[in-house]
Design a protein around this ligand. Structure first.
Ligand SMILES: Cc1ncc(COP(=O)(O)O)c(C=O)c1O
Length: 279
């Protein structure tokens, strides 16, 4: 596999990163994941804009966005992924410098790493739906930054797996925020609800696409937090993410959502999303 590191495309197994890289020492960086559908980099502008914003909030001077677009395209081409479903990962850290909390000298260049790989979507889960568990949201107050510091998310997702679920959904002050690596939506009386895109969630690109599809399809929606206690009244629920697209949620902890099968609004959105990625 050919990957990208600091201006070069080289075999991934030849990449070496300094043990003083601040990504390694402090999780001091941001990242993006983009899907490529037969060479079409879906919503790449939105992903790169979010990366620019994340880096800005972290005060990391990253490479120009147009350069990252060329990198993403270059990885698809060099790895011969133009005819398949692929995933691109881009990470930018504050670079390598002796370990001190304060930022390194201005001259320290950011570390820019990216790779692309073929990707097998979760077709079965997309069709049949998934189970999620709920957990307290113990994350910080800047979940809007797509930081590589993901320990609470990692621990939550692992706990979900160990309990036979696919995703963990976080609860903060009695309200559902989002999943460990997805956004969360629920449908009540034909209206879709999802947490507002504020500092308590990552403003997902898939979430944005889905809200746009709701407008197109005439599905009313409200960006308003869902009370954990009210979730049992939901007719449908789903989690959204770049690689998952739209996964129906048919069970939460030990109870069923609606009748325990993916609902009609979820299906309509899945079909519309499919069309959007193939057009
Ligand atoms: C915490 C969190 N929320 C939401 C999402 C979904 O974002 P997107 O749709 O841009 O992939 C992700 C994706 O990684 C995430 O990590």
């Amino acid at each position: 596999m050919i990957a990208y590191i600091n201006g070069k495309f080289i075999p991934k197994d030849r990449i070496a990163i300094s043990p003083e890289d601040r990504g390694f020492l402090f999780a001091d960086g941001a990242y993006e994941v983009i899907c490529s559908y037969n060479g079409n980099l879906f919503k790449i502008d939105e992903h790169l804009e979010r990366l620019r914003r994340s880096l800005g909030e972290l005060r990391i001077e990253g490479p120009p966005i147009n350069h990252l677009r060329t990198v993403a395209e270059g990885l698809i081409e060099r790895n011969e992924l133009s005819d398949v479903h692929a995933m691109i990962y881009i990470q930018v850290t504050r670079g390598a410098a002796p370990r001190k909390h304060i930022f390194p000298e201005k001259a320290t260049p950011a570390t820019v790493y990216a790779n692309a790989s073929a990707f097998q979507p979760l077709y079965k889960e997309r069709e049949n739906g998934i189970t999620v568990i709920t957990l307290p949201d113990i994350r910080w107050d800047r979940c809007d930054i797509k930081s590589v510091a993901l320990l609470p998310n990692v621990l939550a997702c692992q706990q979900a797996k160990e309990r036979g679920a696919v995703e963990a959904v976080f609860i903060r002050n009695g309200f559902i925020t989002e999943g460990s690596h997805t956004n969360f939506c629920a449908v009540f009386d034909d209206q879709l609800f999802t947490h507002p895109a504020n500092n308590h969630i990552l403003g997902g690109i898939t979430r944005q696409v889905v809200l746009g599809l709701c407008t197109q399809l005439g599905v009313p929606f409200k960006e308003s937090p869902i009370l954990e206690n009210e979730l049992k009244n939901a007719d449908e629920a789903m989690v959204l993410g770049t690689t998952y697209e739209i996964l129906p949620v048919v069970q939460v902890d030990d109870w069923q959502v609606g009748n325990g099968t993916p609902g009609p609004i979820t299906r309509e959105l899945q079909h519309a999303y499919r069309r959007a990625t193939t057009s």
